[in-house]
Design a protein around this ligand. Structure first.
Ligand SMILES: [Zn+2]
Length: 358
């Protein structure tokens, strides 16, 4: 029996190979307790760089076997998302925020909102424009300060554990692309439940492990990113966790969100599976020193060639155009919850005696 309980998994290459073999043989490992059901029995799911992801035998939740403390998390996020990475995405993020807020406005008339992991505050800017009274909580000091100074928003630096907030003081709590990052997502959901009024709503959005993009790219999918991402939800495990936190799911949907267009994802998958970059290099394809298809994050020291970058940029631009053309067809993967992001809205039970029960 393999024990994966070291605080940081620093896998050697032979351990990674051994885990892959164990996984192929259907063997179990002992992992840190599952956040959803408490089981320590797990199966290796995949290895990524030096990290191990496992599937809980009890409930199917996929998670990284390492555990980060509050200090490590705060350090990781203090410099992880610099403004230059986020500010160019402002318009797109604002548009997405307006779509999500419109969704919430169809489900509730309450307009008191708490956004957890609010980053530079774009979501709160959209909420304020639509007449919501909104508060944000952000662990990283720099984005929180930016949101206060530039947009005049009420953003408090810290987490749901450290920032004092009025119990049952909100109609809606939004937790967008945060749950997959935190060491105790069920604990975060339970704290969020205590902050919404009975009958209030929690909106959660996470990367979707049941997506076509993951099925195509496996460990190379952009959102397989331990230890930044510690949890990997499918619609089924996300729903189960919301229910365990005392919530009832009232809406589930799926969209591409920040992921690449389908054409790019397909090309990336072909490149990974058939090692097109390496083959072209061997055939001395006349595209410069490195073959064109080496992907930007294949980890090659020289990085992709100039031609390579052109090919990936072209795949992105053409892919965006094709995705726009195919938008009417996108309803199918959206309905089947197969797109890269899954979003659920769940309701706190109205009667206080029901809350918190499993
Ligand atoms: Zn479990």
């Amino acid at each position: 029996l393999v024990r994966l309980t070291r605080p940081f998994s620093d896998l050697a290459a032979h351990e990674s190979v051994a885990l892959d073999a164990l996984s192929a043989a259907g063997g179990h490992v002992v992992a840190p307790a599952c956040n959803l059901c408490g089981s320590t029995q797990a199966r290796p799911f995949l290895t990524c760089r030096t990290h191990v992801l496992v599937t809980c035998v009890g409930c199917g939740l996929v998670y990284a076997t390492e555990r980060l403390g509050a200090v490590e998390l705060a350090e990781m996020y203090a410099h992880r998302y610099p403004p230059e990475a986020f500010l160019p995405q402002r318009e797109r993020k604002l548009a997405k925020a307006h779509r999500e807020l419109a969704l919430l406005e169809r489900l509730t008339t309450g307009r008191r909102l708490l956004d957890v992991g609010t980053s530079y505050g774009f979501f709160l800017v959209a909420a304020r424009e639509r007449g919501w009274s909104a508060v944000g909580v952000e662990i990283a000091p720099e984005p929180a300060e930016y949101a206060r100074r530039i947009y005049g928003l009420d953003v408090r630096t810290g987490t749901l554990e450290t920032v004092p907030l009025e119990p049952a003081g909100f109609d809606v709590v939004t937790i967008r692309h945060v749950l997959e990052h935190v060491p105790d997502p069920l604990g975060m959901l339970r704290r969020a439940v205590a902050l919404v009024r009975p009958g209030g709503l929690i909106l959660v959005a996470v990367p979707n492990l049941a997506s076509l993009a993951f099925r195509l790219n496996g460990r190379y999918w952009w959102w397989i990113d331990p230890p930044t991402h510690l949890y990997y939800f499918t619609p089924r495990t996300l729903r189960a966790m919301l229910q365990r936190a005392g919530l009832e799911v009232v809406l589930a949907q799926s969209e591409r969100s920040d992921d690449h267009p389908l054409l790019y994802t397909l090309l990336f998958s072909l490149n990974q599976r058939f090692r097109l970059g390496a083959r072209l290099r061997r055939w001395r394809w006349p595209l410069g020193g490195h073959a064109g298809l080496d992907a930007p994050d294949e980890g090659r020291p020289a990085g992709p060639s100039r031609w390579g970058r052109h090919i990936w940029t072209a795949a992105q631009v053409l892919g965006e155009a094709l995705d726009r053309l195919a938008r009417p067809l996108a309803v199918v993967p959206q309905r089947l919850l197969l797109c890269s992001e899954v979003l659920m809205v769940a309701q706190r039970h109205r009667s206080s005696c029901e809350t918190g029960r499993v």
